[in-house]
Design a protein around this ligand. Sequence first.
Ligand SMILES: C[S@@+](CC[C@H](N)C(=O)[O-])C[C@H]1O[C@@H](n2cnc3c(N)ncnc32)[C@H](O)[C@@H]1O
Length: 203
Amino acid sequence: MSNTLNHWDNIYQTKDNVKLSWHQTQASISLNWILHYTNKEDAIIDIGTGVSVLGDNLIDKGYKHLSLLEISPNAIQTVKNRLKHSLEYVTFYNENILDFQSNTKFDLWHDRAVFHFLTYEKEQQAYIHKLKQHLKLGGYFLLATFALTGPKQCSELDVTRYNSDKIIQLLGVSFKLIKTTSETHSLPNGNTQDFNYFLLQKC
Ligand SMILES: C[S@@+](CC[C@H](N)C(=O)[O-])C[C@H]1O[C@@H](n2cnc3c(N)ncnc32)[C@H](O)[C@@H]1O
């Protein structure tokens, strides 16, 4: 097993999922933006879905073409168990995003707190290549990362923090920024973390 896989799978195996720092009872900003910018027939992928309830919420809203990608087998199994009555609406990819290959072209690519773990330019560019390859022209990239005022590490791993200028510079002319917002995420232990959300459109 790779180091990345081991690291994350061990977390999901040994820790109470609702006590994880990134845990959300509702993925409200992501859900609201997805509902506003897509329709129920659209193909949506959530990268590094973990055990997020975003997929459950989208199925409840009538979405039928969901893909959930996650490196940790334990996390994937938890979500599969939870969605056992809706499995026909979900394609699961248990793999590293940097290895992702699919014939599906997506209308929206969602990533909360995954891309920011890629701290080397080579990995960031490999991710962006996958994104461009799998997102339709006019499709949306909904990204949430730690803000410049957010933590420098999460789960003992370094992160890269972003504002709009940094993300626009990294993505280049193939994407235009539609909107952005910030969120102070409250952790189960009472601390907070500053996030930025970016909605970008492939052009
Ligand atoms: C901080 S958690 C966020 C989980 C989820 N997106 C959420 O908002 O609740 C990061 C997630 O990304 C997954 N992950 C990390 N690196 C990954 C990679 N290279 N490919 C796929 N998944 C990855 C981890 O296993 C973990 O579930």
